[in-house]
Design a protein around this ligand. Sequence first.
Ligand SMILES: NC(=O)c1ccc[n+]([C@@H]2O[C@H](COP(=O)([O-])OP(=O)(O)OC[C@H]3O[C@@H](n4cnc5c(N)ncnc54)[C@H](OP(=O)(O)O)[C@@H]3O)[C@@H](O)[C@H]2O)c1
Length: 268
Amino acid sequence: MTGQKVGFIGTGTITDAIVRGLLREPAALSHVVVSPRNPDIAATLAKDFASVTVAVDNQSIVKSCDTIVLAVRPQVAKAVVRPLSFQNGQAVISVMAATDRATLLGWIGSDVRLTQAFPQPFVAERRGITAVYPRDHETAAIFEVLGGVVQCDSGRDYELLAAASSLMATYFGIMDVVAEWVTGKGLSRDKARSYLAPLFSELSRVAQEASSGVPFAELSRAFATRGGLNEQVLADFEKNGGTDALKTALDHVLASIEKGFPPEHVKP
Ligand SMILES: NC(=O)c1ccc[n+]([C@@H]2O[C@H](COP(=O)([O-])OP(=O)(O)OC[C@H]3O[C@@H](n4cnc5c(N)ncnc54)[C@H](OP(=O)(O)O)[C@@H]3O)[C@@H](O)[C@H]2O)c1
């Protein structure tokens, strides 16, 4: 457990997940400060963990903490960050999506040590992999506790991982399409669910446990018997534009990330 004091500005879904991940036993930190918004999430964290304090306002967090995590939505980021006075050299971690590094440094206005990180909700169980840019030993140590880190050597690497992580809803969307299809043909919803969730889970486990030198294409081949049903579905998927649709979606989300704040399709 480190004595470093970490403060969170924006106490919403991702802050809740990070704080719960850091403070579950054995706790990784002895002091955490959260902003008073959202009041319910802040109060519940303070009730659940004696080491959590709810600050009176955002500036008091910047003043009292060694490391500041910025975790408000991109649409309000400028209004929240710009009025704050940071100290030169202070560690600031932004987990905010679609908020360009140069713009953020401009709002901060001091010479802080800024890293960007893109955590997943699974950090609450210490099972989330987090992309971090640029390399930073202290930031990496925080997210290492929460499941693992990929440290990026360029902003481009970070953007590419952010684009890839935008596939989470599509992953469940694929499961949903399959579930709807089988139930539409007469299978009960319960049976569809209890079959599909473990199937996808085991496929992910195989990918996770395969040695890093094994390309995913090799796993795909290994799971497609020659002339068999899996091979047929993959060929059909490709022929009917499935692969192209996926690549187009990735190109589009990367373009949104490159364009930066604010994403046009997200309403405040
Ligand atoms: N959720 C994820 O899985 C995830 C993953 C990676 C990155 N992120 C990024 O993390 C950021 C937060 O996402 P989220 O999902 O946690 O959103 P969220 O649940 O909406 O949390 C944002 C929080 O910011 C608070 N807030 C609004 N104005 C504030 C102010 N002036 N001062 C302090 N706090 C203020 C909101 O409080 P009220 O409720 O009172 O409005 C809310 O609790 C976003 O930039 C997002 O891109 C999220």
